[in-house]
Design a protein around this ligand. Structure first.
Ligand code: SF4
Ligand code: SF4
Length: 380
């Protein structure tokens, strides 16, 4: 049995897909990244945007290697197809990467055993997971910008084993989304601005991973989400077979619970999330927005306790959330806070919150939240 056939046995056992590509560069991807950065569509995210030359030139990062073995592993389990209250996207509610890590380790181990140097790479600025997956033929490029695979659609994790073994490249997949465009209207923020083009400034998943103040017009659309967004995935027909609605559990992470924890308590709960500099203030910021959108009057006490927080980032979002809850009690909280809060950024948000709470929690753009910045974070 040749080496690739042996590797396929490993991936078959894990219901994973496997393909092989070489280390040739991706000039079209590099152009696309630069275009998105120049148009601001990257939304300040770094990842592959930070260094397009490195991300699209695997042969520069791995000069010793001859092949990239690409693996996609489905990550949904029974119950993931159920609708219901979710505050965390499915890929992040637990360590869904265990399966991918295990397959990659087995693939690397077999190659190592055959005498070939290997390196496991995923979520790494040196390699564009999506680009190598498409070139290796393990999936196709969806209009949602996700890689789609037969059977699991977009519900997959992608990883690679870069190796000095010279393996025959597999062919790109002859498949496309065709006439489907279901993900585009399904996006709550209209972040998919054209087929295959994402405006990360509006993508909830990206926004919740960013530093700083979140724009006010996006906050309402975030709804109860604290981390990630699955709407364009759940709308995707090729992913439907993977969404098994069995044994649904209602164990959504509660934003009030997050807001009651210390950093030490919160850290392990969000261990698998991308949190800038591992600073829990960003998780709390997201929880404040989610609680404002979903908590109702019973959450006012907790939200109000954050308005005078020494971290103005939290004060701003708490003020917004009180206004979002709206009503007489919310108005009174904001007016009282205006008497004692001196931070100008928080005060501006409180003024907007008073107006919104008088309208029953409806913001109508009284001041531009985009002008509210967080100098500490934006300077980095
Ligand atoms: S993750 Fe959510 S916000 Fe982002 S493109 Fe998909 S549906 Fe839109
Ligand atoms: S929803 Fe339709 S158009 Fe969007 S990625 Fe899935 S198959 Fe493609």
């Amino acid at each position: 049995m040749d080496l690739f056939a042996s590797l396929t046995e490993i991936t078959d056992r894990a219901s994973a897909a496997i393909g092989v590509t070489d280390l040739a560069p991706y000039p079209d991807e590099a152009d696309r990244i630069r275009d998105r950065v120049s148009r601001g569509l990257h939304g300040g995210l770094s990842f592959t945007y930070a260094n397009p030359d490195m991300a699209t030139n695997p042969e520069k990062s791995f000069p010793w290697a001859s092949s990239i073995v690409v693996v996609t592993v489905p990550y949904l389990t029974d119950g993931d197809g159920a609708t219901g209250t979710r505050t965390v996207a499915r890929f992040a509610d637990g360590d869904r990467y265990d399966g991918l890590r295990a397959v990659l380790a087995d693939v690397a181990s077999m190659l190592d055993g055959a005498g070939h140097r290997t390196e496991i790479v995923f979520d790494d600025n040196r390699l564009m997971d999506r680009a190598v997956a498409i070139r290796a033929g393990v999936g196709w490029s969806g209009k949602s910008t996700m890689v789609l695979t037969p059977g699991a659609g977009p519900w997959i994790l992608i990883g690679s084993v870069v190796t000095e073994a010279l393996l025959e490249p597999t062919e790109p997949m002859a498949r496309s989304c065709g006439t489907c465009d279901a993900c585009i209207p399904a996006c709550p923020t209209k972040a998919i601005i054209a087929p295959g083009v994402l405006d990360a400034r509006r993508c909830i998943s990206a926004v919740l991973q960013r530093r700083g103040v979140i724009d006010r017009d996006i906050r309402t659309l975030i709804g109860g989400r604290i981390y990630g967004c699955d709407d364009c995935l759940t709308a995707c027909p090729p992913g439907q077979p993977a969404m098994r609605p069995l044994e649904a559990t209602d164990d959504a992470l509660d934003p009030s619970y997050i807001l009651s924890l210390s950093d030490d308590e919160l850290g392990p709960i969000v261990e698998h999330w991308y949190v800038p500099s591992r600073r829990m203030r960003f998780v709390r910021r997201n929880a404040l927005i989610a609680l404002g959108n979903t908590g109702g009057e019973s959450s006012l006490g907790l939200l109000a306790s954050y308005i005078g927080h020494p971290d103005a980032l939290l004060g701003v979002h708490a003020a917004w959330s009180v206004g979002r809850v709206g009503g007489v009690a919310a108005t009174a909280i904001c007016e009282a806070a205006l008497e004692r809060v001196s931070d100008e950024t928080v005060r501006a948000e409180l003024a907007a919150a008073v107006a919104a709470s008088r309208r029953g929690g409806v913001y109508a753009g009284e001041t531009s939240a985009a002008s509210l910045t967080d100098p500490e974070e934006n300077a980095r």
